[in-house]
Design a protein around this ligand. Sequence first.
Ligand SMILES: Cc1ncc(COP(=O)(O)O)c(C=O)c1O
Length: 454
Amino acid sequence: MDDVSPISDVLMDSDRRHLIHPLHHPKDHANAKLFTRGVGAMLYASDGREYIDGLSALWNVNIGHGRKELAAAAAAQMEKLAYASAYAGFSNEPAIRLAERIVGLAYSNMAAAYFTTSGAESNESAFKFARYYWKRMGKPDKVKIISRRYGYHGVTMAAMSATSLPGYQKMFGPLVPEFFQVAPPYPYRWPGNGDAGVGAADAVEEAINAHGADTIAAIICEPVMGAGGVIVPPPTYFPRLREICDRHNVLLIADEVITGFGRTGKWFALGHWGIEPDLMSFAKGVTSGYLPLGGVLVSKRIHQAIEDAPMDEKFMHAATYSGHPVCCAVGLANIDIIERDGLVERAQVQGDRFRKGLETLASLPVVGEVRGIGMLAAIELVEDKGSKKPAAGLGGKVVAEAGKRGLIMRQRGASDGPPVSGDSLCLAPPLMTPEATLDRIVQIVGESIEAATG
Ligand SMILES: Cc1ncc(COP(=O)(O)O)c(C=O)c1O
């Protein structure tokens, strides 16, 4: 147990006066937890309590908390070279080594990495790579970006315009033009008896035809939708989508900000369906959140377009912190741990076992569906299993009950459409979470659902 210190009251008073939080509303922050320490899958707070980190903080602390090797890697690099520009004409060793390492771990068609400092900036960059590529190919009108309803891609203006979850855009419009959404491959909520994978891929093709392929630069997809409620596509979706993108000359951007670096039981998630994207955004798990880092991998043909460009068409995307040596050194140490501890395989084996545990909760009257892949899972709550009527508001109550019992998790709120959905409880524990802790998560979620439904 950690010290319960009166300083925490002083700090929280200052917090309420001075700190604006992401997703900020004072009511949501009334009983905030002040975290003081993290070890493995556990977080410790100033109230003296310990909590299971059921979401790896924000789906990012893949290797678990408190790994001293990452602190040592950061300190060593900071002492040697804390920062230097990586603009053309300059480089540094950690950035070079990390780029080569990630290219080697990812899809076989990938050639090179551009580094950012967040997932949103990675997606923002991916959109610019896509437009750049088509301008280089002599098709300057291919600018539109397709995304899917329930997709989440970050908070910057373009990433927000590709995002399609209730609430994220309401107070920030107007959106960036040339972004539009299509139906997600959401089997539990797919209308009719058809295959959601085939239907949702065909919806992309219909949209391409309606807008004209000559206007469309790319489609961005999370291989498994995370914040949208851990929506796992049917195996038919991505192979068909890849084929549609190829036929219409539309680039496929994989947003692997959550799914990358082992989360789904593979290094990168499109490997589950045997296809390769043209661009791949990453962040979060690349450093397990120990320092902010993200990036975009580009395929050989896109890389070629950059390499062959005349001087007046050079790639001008000049982020100060691209290739930050300390962040990249931490990324390398993080990948060392994922490899050495076999965390990708562990995510698959323990993830399957974890999901089987969660499936025992399917008999509860409000559990409509248990779904997931690797160490990513969701439980969708409904009022009625037959009609699948959403249980709006129940998710928040379950999350609050879980907090009382020492488990931190998140929920995606219900939506009245389209498509309609119920609250979904989202779980993504660190890939190293011990079996006993995973079992305890299942137990707490079950107890919390029962407590919340009276
Ligand atoms: C799939 C996906 N893309 C992008 C982002 C944005 O990442 P960041 O918050 O680092 O900008 C997130 C964040 O949760 C995400 O889940």
